[in-house]
Structures are given as C-alpha cells and as structure tokens.
Design a protein. Structure first.
Length: 165
C-alpha cells in the first residue's frame, strides 16, 4: 500500500484532484480524492491538512456535496476530511455543520466515525461556540441513533483536554 508522509507530496496529490475537477467535473474530483488521498496510507494530521487545503480551494457552495460524496465512500480517512470540512464551516453555517455531522455519523454506523467526526466538529464547537454547542448537543442527546448520541462524548472529551485561545 502506498504511504504519503510529506506535505509536499500531498500538495501534488491535491493539485491532481483539482485538475480533475477542472477538466472532468465533481465526480472525477471525488474519484481522485479517493484514489490519491483516501486509498494510500496517510496519517490523520496530514489528512487534516488536506481537508484544510480542499476547504480553501473548493467553492463554499460545494462543501456539503463534497462531504456527502466522501461519506458514501465509507473510508476511515474520509471521516477526517468530513470533520475538518464541517469544522471550517462552523463560523458561517453552525447549525447546518452540526446537523450534517450528526447525519454523517449516523450513516457511518461505526464507533470510530463517532470519534473522528465528533472530536473535529463537536469538540471545536464546544470550544469556540460554547453556548450554542451545548444547546445543540443537549438536543442531540435524545437522537434515535446510538452512534449520534455516542459522538457527544468524544466531542466533550476533546474540548475538555484542549486549552483553546
């Protein structure tokens, strides 16, 4: 299995993904992201870097479509991309980002999806938008999906161990 360990190599892969987007459209872009960023072995911090780069380069109107497409691929690394992409949208689309996080967690139906997305979205929301996040997560605690309810824990744990300024 191919392994990518350097940002320089990732930048090349990300560029190839965006070239596919420009030349062939959104589905080709998602396919390239899968082949170049989710199929190889890439550590989470580097995937977070990829997600940040993608969120900056991809038009904001396409962020949710991107997350939905990545969610359907059911990859562990894809959850990192989704979590960071939604995290970056909290300041302008708080409710939608929080709701989409719950939706992708429920669709993921695995414990690690709750941890990966819960930390990156709910944890950051608790740190930056405490009152709104607490209200939202309180309502989420009654969700029918045990995966969604479980995701509150990793978010709260992440927030409690970070000192965010």
């Amino acid at each position: 299995m191919k392994s990518i360990t350097k940002k320089g190599d990732l930048n090349h892969e990300i560029l190839q993904c965006f070239e596919a987007l420009d030349a062939e459209g959104f589905n080709a872009f998602l396919s390239e992201v899968y082949q170049r960023l989710l199929f190889p072995k890439i550590k989470f911090p580097l995937l977070e870097y990829c997600a940040t780069e993608i969120s900056q380069r991809l038009e904001e109107k396409d962020h949710i479509e991107f997350c939905s497409g990545i969610s359907k691929l059911k990859t562990i690394g894809g959850n990192v991309l989704i979590g960071i992409m939604l995290q970056k949208r909290l300041s302008v689309n708080f409710i939608q980002s929080m709701e989409k996080a719950a939706e992708y967690i429920e669709q993921g139906e695995e414990w690690y999806v709750t941890d990966i997305i819960g930390e990156r979205v709910y944890g950051i929301a608790l740190l930056r938008y405490n009152t709104e996040a607490l209200s939202f997560l309180y309502q989420l605690s009654n969700n029918a999906s045990p995966f969604v309810v479980r995701s509150i824990g990793p978010g709260a744990h992440y927030a409690s161990k970070k000192d965010f300024h």
